[in-house]
Write a protein that binds this ligand. Structure first.
Ligand SMILES: [Cu+2]
Length: 174
């Protein structure tokens, strides 16, 4: 009788443990991978974060927050190629230095950044935030981002809710 009971109990414990593990790894149903942030130049007040997003069910990244000891706010941006002469409304971003480095001499246009409200993650697709495309920016940095630093960033998804990720600061892409 005791043996049967202990088997039943350990079975319940095992089940509980595996359910918890599944929850902890993937509470929002969104997988975030390859996250990194670039060291920020001393004179820059902005930082940038890149990562890959995927979701089995599909979701939307609405934004993110960081502790005020890291930065004042977080914005979603997209780097776009604009035609020369069409730069009046897009060139007013004061913190473009990090993205300008990715200008590969593409045609006669200029790279500039525009804020985006959200980033859709279609079911089964991987959306990459990367240099020259979609990216996340830290606005009003409290201090320059330094190599080896680890940032805690809370991502906010439309369906999945909040997910905290840890982001390593590096001099160049991993
Ligand atoms: Cu940007």
């Amino acid at each position: 009788m005791n043996l049967v009971r202990s088997i039943a109990v350990s079975g319940a414990l095992l089940f509980g443990a595996s359910a918890l593990t599944a929850c902890g790894n993937d509470a929002t149903g969104v997988q975030v991978s390859g996250q990194w942030s670039r060291t920020s130049p001393a004179m820059s007040s902005a930082g940038v974060i890149y990562f890959d997003l995927s979701s089995d069910e599909g979701d939307t990244l609405l934004g993110a927050t960081v502790d005020p000891t890291i930065a004042g706010s977080v914005e979603l941006h997209e780097t776009v190629l604009t035609e020369v002469g069409d730069d009046e409304e897009t060139m007013d971003h004061e913190n473009m230095d990090h993205e300008n480095m990715d200008h590969d001499g593409m045609g006669s246009g200029a790279m500039s950044m525009v804020p985006v409200d959200s980033i859709a993650i279609p079911k089964g697709e991987t959306i990459s935030l990367k240099p020259g495309g979609l990216h996340m920016m830290l606005i009003d940095l409290a201090a320059p981002l330094e190599e080896g630093q680890e940032l805690e960033v809370t991502l906010n998804f439309k369906t999945g809710g909040e997910q905290v990720i840890k982001v390593k600061v590096q001099d160049s892409a991993p």
